[in-house]
Design a protein around this ligand. Structure first.
Ligand code: HEC
Length: 203
């Protein structure tokens, strides 16, 4: 999965830099706990969706690590209980921090069906489209920090299961911070996802 690859790249860069004697800007960064698969919330028992579709969606959402970004605290290793999949107050800066001083920051949204702060107003089809091609409910392309390129080959049935499961969750009222454009000051905490290069020659 894309996010795991990014985390692996990140930790590999940290391992390489630990061999260096010279100053390495990566020393300014702390490695985060890896959160690959989070617990996923139980569906709302009053839902009218078929149980096996919801169960498949719950399994896939856990497997694909949606909650690792879309849960408050998960990006720094401590998911906030009762806020699973309800969006992250910690954003993701989406370029190499060593090359770009003020990259843009995106905040993974609330995936519970709250009408105002979550995806309650999205149709099942709109959620399927977001997972498979990164187009949001206004037909805008999201940048691939939301790892839709890695999800593009998900079958229609599996994407449908994911959407139905998200729709079946108990709505959580939680508004994430607005995205920050490149070169604008951050308004809330964030982590960096990026590609890192060691300053040392590999021997
Ligand atoms: C690596 C982090 C990451 C992972 C993993 C991830 N997302 Fe996202 N997702 C994001 C970010 C960041 C955004 C916001 C993008 C933007 O605003 O441009 C987003 C946006 C979304 C949106 C639109 C929400 C809105 O309110 O606009 C949906 C729906 C969504 N993701 C579903 C999923 C699902 C389902 C999964 C798992 C199959 C998933 N995401 C996995 C980071 C992630």
């Amino acid at each position: 999965m894309k996010n795991l690859n990014i985390l692996q790249t990140f930790s590999m860069a940290l391992i390489l830099s630990s061999c260096a004697n010279t100053y390495n800007p990566l020393d300014d960064y702390t490695q985060l706990d890896r959160v690959a698969i989070l617990e996923t919330p139980d569906p709302d028992s009053t839902m009218i969706f078929p149980e096996e579709i919801v169960a498949n969606g719950q399994y896939l959402v856990g497997l694909l690590g949606c909650g690792s970004c879309h849960t408050n605290g998960a990006l720094v290793g401590a998911p906030v209980p009762n806020q699973l999949l309800a969006g992250s107050n910690i954003g993701i800066a989406y370029s190499n921090p060593l090359a770009v001083r003020n990259p843009g920051i995106v905040y993974p949204g609330n995936l519970t069906p709250d009408m105002e702060t979550g995806i309650g107003s999205w149709s099942i089809g709109q959620i399927v489209t977001m997972v498979q091609s990164g187009l949001d409910n206004h037909n805008s392309q999201t940048i691939p920090v939301m790892p839709w390129p890695s999800y593009a080959n998900i079958t229609n049935d599996d994407a449908y299961s994911i959407a139905v499961y998200l729709k079946s969750l108990t709505p959580v009222r939680h508004l994430v911070p607005d995205n920050v454009s490149p070169r604008q000051p951050a308004t809330a905490p964030f982590v960096h996802f990026g590609v890192y290069q060691s300053n040392e020659q590999l021997r």
